[in-house]
Design a protein around this ligand. Structure first.
Ligand code: ATP
Ligand code: MG
Length: 303
């Protein structure tokens, strides 16, 4: 029999709370009219497909990484996190302690802005694809001759639409934002996103991790203040590259999903459905998550 710690939590079941959504990774519950419960499960996706089995403990690491960054970045902008400590959560939530301990965030309910606030310090992913085709990024012209994974002279704000579940987000020119969310929020969103990214990038680079790019989500509270929401600066919402071995002119190994991607490539994964991952893949992947956490925070995660 496997120890409980060795088993992945792929679905939460909290019947007394209203389940609002299951994302690819997180389950979202309503707590009351001001509060939500975000639970990071151990599900893992690649190429937008969720695998059949999870990575035991991955959700806990993701939650603890977000918790770390929310605290480090709290002087830049207010955030939605109330607590990750189950003892401080309402009784209706504490009831599910066994499932949620270490992997849940109690957060303030916000009106989420319909924009993914992406900031890129290095050219990669969809930005690299657009650049190779059109010489632009989010329809903004870029200098000729950039190499893949090259660092920009300064971080660039490259927003995208927040697509409905199952749809793909679309990069948009920042000029379109005022029409979507108003002048004041558009300006503030860009400024804050760049500040958050810059602070985190500088911090992480010192420790040995390049945060190539990241996606923030923001909401507004009842007083219309901008508040940082969702998860922050996790390997799921960002590209983490090891500083060691970084070289422009090619794609960089993904910090956390390399084992998974290599495995999926080796079995000719067809992207129509998730597959069962062997233990070597789940173990090696988890080790990378733990390594990222430890490098960033200087301590061991609570698993
Ligand atoms: P996926 O990330 O798998 O592509 P998703 O974004 O729909 O799908 P999750 O990220 O798991 O799924 O779900 C979190 C949802 O909660 C997102 O729609 C996010 O915008 C929303 N959200 C985040 N923080 C808050 C908040 N404080 N108040 C209200 N909604 C929030
Ligand atoms: Mg999401």
């Amino acid at each position: 029999r496997k120890e409980e710690n060795d088993m992945a939590l792929t679905n939460t079941d909290c019947p007394d709370l209203k389940l609002l959504a299951r994302g690819k990774v997180r389950d979202l519950y309503n707590v009351d009219d001001k509060t939500l419960l975000f639970v990071a499960t151990d599900r893992i996706s690649a190429f937008d497909v969720v695998m059949k089995n999870g990575i035991p403990g991955k959700g806990k690491i993701l939650t603890q990484i977000s918790d770390f960054w929310f605290d480090l970045l709290k002087d830049v902008v207010p955030h939605h996190l109330i607590t990750c400590n189950v003892d401080e959560m309402p009784a209706a939530v504490q009831k599910y302690r066994e499932q949620i301990e270490g992997r849940a965030m109690l957060v303030k309910k916000l009106k989420i802005l319909p924009v993914e606030a992406i900031v890129r310090g290095y050219i990669s992913g969809s930005a690299w694809v657009e650049y190779t085709k059109k010489g632009t990024m989010c329809d903004m012209p870029l200098p000729k001759g950039l190499k893949e994974s090259e660092e920009f002279p300064a971080p660039v704000f490259t927003p995208s639409t927040k697509a409905e579940m199952g749809e793909h987000d679309e990069n948009i020119n920042p000029d379109k934002l005022p029409g979507m969310i108003g002048d004041r929020l558009a300006k503030e969103l860009e400024e804050v996103a760049i500040k958050l990214y810059t602070k985190a990038r500088n911090y992480a680079r010192e420790k040995g991790i390049i945060i190539a790019d990241t996606k923030f989500e923001f909401g507004v509270d009842a007083d219309d203040n901008l508040v940082l929401a969702d998860e922050v600066l996790t390997p799921d919402s960002s590209r983490f590259w090891p500083v060691a071995g970084y070289a422009p002119g090619r794609g960089q190994p993904s910090y956390d999903k390399q084992y998974l991607r290599d495995y999926l490539t080796s079995i000719n994964f067809d992207k129509s459905a998730g597959v069962e991952l062997p233990e070597s893949v789940t173990d090696n992947t988890m080790a990378k998550y733990i390594e990222a956490f430890t490098i960033l925070t200087g301590r061991k995660p609570t698993l």
